[in-house]
Write a protein that binds this ligand. Structure first.
Ligand code: SF4
Ligand code: SF4
Length: 339
């Protein structure tokens, strides 16, 4: 049996989530990309290099994740990966929906990339394709198999919602069959299209699962998967009484970079123009206050202030109006090493 461990925010490493374009071939139902806030640009290679340069002072301790949109739609993805390698980034991951455009598996080598990280939102074709689009299940599985054949290490990201939590229990054999090295369970956030769905068509049911659905399902299945030798990471989401609340925006080093130059420290802020930094003429500079940093300072009984602002339905209150638990920072994770 494997034990789980809550991973305190690392004080010694940085995570750089670099969206090099927002264009995508899919139109997933809950896509968090918001072109009105993140732009529609595809960054030229020269800009990608300049922006990586702005983060390369501590590159050895920085985990770099290339994302989109679909990053393999960028014709210079391989060149960007190579440049990041030259700048000494500690790890390099490419997040992909599995379509792997531009023959990317042949343009880079397993020495140049630590992980290809695939997204699948259902254990069956029916559920995944209902959320991510017709054909995406088969293409993703085929992409994983091709990446493994090319010698790359792979991760799989599964974003849990009311539409697919029932299929999580079917994932362990599938992950093993696909030879996945790391499994990331995410929780759906009400941002991007998921937020629009809620706001525009009330009273639609929220795709967010309840505390009891989450606790009854996710930790147990994570353990079963780890028992098959696959490392599993999932967000804490609901703090137990007495557990300390911390905001990653104050104590950790995460950067979410978008092609319009906005740089956020918190993913829950990405639907709003409250980024704390931005690129101006390729220099990283602080953005005008008020911004997300002012929210990070707020101390409320519900825990995460952005959760309270954008998705308060996941908080329960007692008859006196006191929250029954705190919502953890969305970046606080539990990790179980595969054994
Ligand atoms: S693959 Fe990613 S970027 Fe593309 S539509 Fe789906 S969630 Fe959005
Ligand atoms: S999710 Fe909440 S706790 Fe985490 S960085 Fe954002 S505001 Fe802070």
């Amino acid at each position: 049996m494997t034990g789980s461990q809550t991973v305190a925010f690392s004080k010694n490493s940085t995570n750089l989530f670099f969206h090099i374009l927002t264009k995508c071939n899919l139109a997933c139902r809950h896509c968090y990309i918001n072109p009105a806030q993140h732009g529609k640009d595809r960054l030229p290679l020269s800009t990608i290099k300049a922006w990586l340069g702005a983060f390369s002072k501590n590159s050895r301790s920085t985990n770099l994740i290339f994302l989109g949109g679909e990053p393999s739609l960028h014709p210079d993805l391989a060149a960007a990966v190579r440049y990041a390698g030259e700048r000494g980034f500690g790890s390099i991951t490419i997040d992909t929906n599995g379509y792997l455009f531009g023959d990317i598996l042949s343009k880079i080598t397993p020495k140049e990339v630590d992980y290809f990280s695939f997204s699948l939102d259902g254990a069956t074709r029916e559920t995944n394709d209902g959320l991510r689009g017709h054909g995406s299940y088969d293409t993703c599985l085929d992409g994983i198999r091709r990446a493994v054949r090319h010698g790359f290490k792979t991760s799989l990201i599964y974003t849990v919602s009311t539409d697919n939590i029932h299929e999580l229990e079917m994932m362990p054999p599938l992950l093993e069959n696909l030879k996945i090295n790391r499994f990331f369970i995410q929780v759906i956030g009400l941002r991007g299209k998921a937020a629009l769905e809620i706001n525009e068509s009330e009273p639609v049911a929220s795709p967010q699962v309840t505390r009891s659905q989450w606790l009854d399902t996710v930790p147990g299945i994570a353990r079963l998967i780890a028992d098959r030798g696959i490392a599993v990471t999932y967000p804490k989401v609901f703090l137990e009484p007495g557990e300390m609340f911390e905001c990653a925006g104050k104590v950790a080093d995460n950067y979410f970079v978008f092609p319009n130059g906005r740089v956020y420290r918190c993913p829950l802020c990405e639907d709003f123009p409250i980024h704390s930094l931005c690129f101006q003429e390729d220099h990283l500079v602080p953005a005008a206050r008020l911004n997300e940093q002012d929210f990070f300072e707020l101390d409320i009984p519900e825990g995460c202030v952005m959760n309270k602002l954008i998705q308060p339905r996941n908080i329960d209150y007692d008859e006196k109006g006191v929250p029954e638990y705190k919502i953890a920072c969305c970046l606080l994770k539990e990790e179980i090493q595969g054994e």
